[in-house]
Design a protein around this ligand. Sequence first.
Ligand SMILES: Nc1ncnc2c1ncn2[C@@H]1O[C@H](COP(=O)(O)OP(=O)(O)OP(=O)(O)O)[C@@H](O)[C@H]1O
Ligand SMILES: [Mg+2]
Length: 442
Amino acid sequence: MARMMKVAIVDDEADMRQSISQWLALSGFDTETYGSAEEALKGITADFPGVVVSDIRMPGMDGIALLKRLMGMDSGLPVILITGHGDVPMAVEAMRLGAWDFLEKPFNPDRMTELAKRATQARRLTLDNRALRRELSDGTVLMKKLIGTSPAMDRLREDILDLGQADGHVLIDGETGTGKTLVAHALHAVGPRAGKRFVTISCAAWSADQLARRLFGPSDDGTIPLVEEARGGTLCLEDIEALSGALQARLLTLINDQGTPPETRIVAICNEHAPDKTVEDALRPDLYYRLGAMKITLPPLRARGEDILTLFTRLSEQFAEEYGCEAPSVTAQEAAQLLQAPWPGNVRQLVNIAERAVLQNRRGSGSIASLLMADNEATGPQLTTEGKPLKEYVEAFERMLIDNTMRRHKGSIVAVMEELCLPRRTLNEKMAKYGLSRADYV
Ligand SMILES: Nc1ncnc2c1ncn2[C@@H]1O[C@H](COP(=O)(O)OP(=O)(O)OP(=O)(O)O)[C@@H](O)[C@H]1O
Ligand SMILES: [Mg+2]
């Protein structure tokens, strides 16, 4: 499910609430406000798609009590607490109870934005992983989740199956939203480690000190260090490019001490946030060499045009089923717009557009074009789309049309021949060309 990350702000003082909310909204966050802890507990449930910023001193239930309740409900929820000046003991207590971090009043708005950014990033990772873990028991389910028939996707499937069986560490890189986290889970689930733990952490979401404790211990709250928890399974290190020099050294020691084949497999994910800084620059050469021996680079969506319409069709059908309504049908013009969009957010952005298109269709208003436009405005100036040959657009559209029509007629060749005015032989040839098989529709 596509999600927009939220920031819930809890403060009894209306002015404070408003100014925090305005500031975060200006920085691009989706905010919601609560005047008390009691009210917040009504609005925030487990799997809340976002993070919480709360004042500590409030009449009625205070911020610490709220933190305890929230941790009891969802211990992976980042809660940022606002403390009064000099309230150090309280801040220490809050961290022990599982607070994400704290802000001291009067706070610096830039630090607030920075914290909210890191916290929402970590939250999204937690939620992505939770959703995937529900499917983790079965590797074939995850493989089926990978939609796309482009040569790049076929190669990716083969790579996952091959590397899934292998023992070495793996490095995954690619632009945001291209499927890196999904592929990391699939690698684990299709291989011999499937019955063991898949443990994941973002190297960018924690301070170097917090990260060191979580990975190697000793922890503040008595939890087992992640390297122990992952023993025999997979340790997935997201945002590996953010790993500090000291931790790179410890990780290397861990890798060297393991021998071959390694007991724990490390899957490192590089999120290319800064295109001028590659993972090779960020990691010390000996570590890069160990991690990057097997590498999977996920292609950006705009580079595999033929998958765009397939993904859109499949995803909107899934959402339509989820919401109990019809999937929108795509006109030729809309298909061209989907194919030409720059997709800076890659598949994640497409998932999001497909969901919104289904909801829009249910209301009977709006167009795919307006969704794409709104998205492009929100993400600011765009890269220009690399030109694609006309043939590619035509083929992608033709494939989508046959796929949709076959689906609607539940695999009845005769009905599809009639609707598309195609002789049987041509239809068969085209289906073979596009890798469509009648059996999939019956
Ligand atoms: N080939 C695919 N078929 C279907 N869904 C996909 C595919 N690739 C990615 N997705 C979906 O797109 C979304 C983003 O994928 P994922 O979280 O794995 O990307 P990511 O590269 O880890 O992104 P980020 O850099 O933001 O962490 C998820 O909802 C995922 O299920
Ligand atoms: Mg990811």
